[in-house]
Write a protein that binds this ligand. Structure first.
Ligand code: PGA
Length: 250
């Protein structure tokens, strides 16, 4: 079966209670584009209010701990996300890998915890600028895939997000050819490891996606959707990206 387009908003550390109305507006507009799967990952503090105001929609966390409970001050466990009504979690975002020193092993453990709890997981990978400039981006990202993707999972519940670090929040984007080459390499690595299940796994692009560039990026080979930061915070900016995905979904 063809992979459905998947557009995910990563709100990062943005949004107070009044931002829930923005999520309502986004999901309401997304209802007109039913060929696209849409999710929003707000800060933990907004998940409960968002689940209550847009029941049945895909709301997620931006991280989870690898343990189900315990003495981990400040952390949130995957079963807690399920408990509050979330259905998705992002793991391994570069802002966690870099800012919180998360290794591939940590990211894999978090992905396993999310899957075990029943969440859909979006597992992020992506190279820093110096690696891109050295020509080693594909090798770097495939090593992250090898180290952080679990061995055993339902392919429909694990998506990869390729997010070049130098493109996040900068307005810079790789060329469409570079995106297609990276996504093709990721698909090839997944196929080598998981066989035909790799065909069911969605690979999202992230990094400065906006309403202007979304159609071109989402049309690149092996790009099944987008993980969007800044342009996901308002319906005015996010809905055009969802609409672009819907056009490509046919
Ligand atoms: P950006 O962030 O769209 O603001 O570049 C993407 C992300 O970090 O997921």
């Amino acid at each position: 079966m063809a992979r459905r387009k998947y557009v995910v908003g990563n709100w990062k550390m943005n949004g107070l209670s009044d931002a829930v109305g923005e999520a309502q507006a986004i999901f309401s507009a997304a209802d007109d584009h039913s060929a696209v799967d849409v999710a929003i990952c707000p800060p933990f503090t907004l998940i409960g209010a968002m689940v209550a105001s847009v029941p049945g929609k895909a709301i997620g966390g931006q991280d989870c701990h690898s343990a189900a409970s315990g003495a981990f001050t400040g952390s949130v466990a995957a079963p807690m996300l399920i408990d509050i009504g979330a259905s998705v979690v992002i793991v391994g975002h570069s802002e966690r890998r870099e800012g919180f020193a998360e290794s591939d092993t940590d990211v894999r453990a978090k992905a396993e915890a999310g899957l075990a709890a029943g969440l859909s997981v979006i597992l992020c990978v992506g190279e820093p600028r110096e690696i891109r400039e050295s020509g080693a981006a594909i090798d770097y990202v495939l090593a992250q895939i090898a180290g952080s993707v679990p061995d055993d999972f339902d392919a429909h519940r694990l998506a990869i997000a390729y997010e070049p670090i130098w493109a996040i929040g900068t307005g810079l984007v790789p060329t469409v050819a570079d995106v297609a080459a990276m996504h093709g390499a990721i698909r090839g690595a997944l196929a080598a490891r998981f066989g035909s299940a790799a065909e069911d796994m969605r690979i999202l692009y992230g990094g400065s996606v906006n309403g202007e560039n979304a159609a071109e990026l989402l049309d690149a080979g092996d790009v099944d959707g987008a993980l969007v930061g800044g342009a996901s915070l308002t319906a005015a900016k996010f809905v055009p990206i969802i609409a672009a995905a819907a056009t490509l979904a046919g």
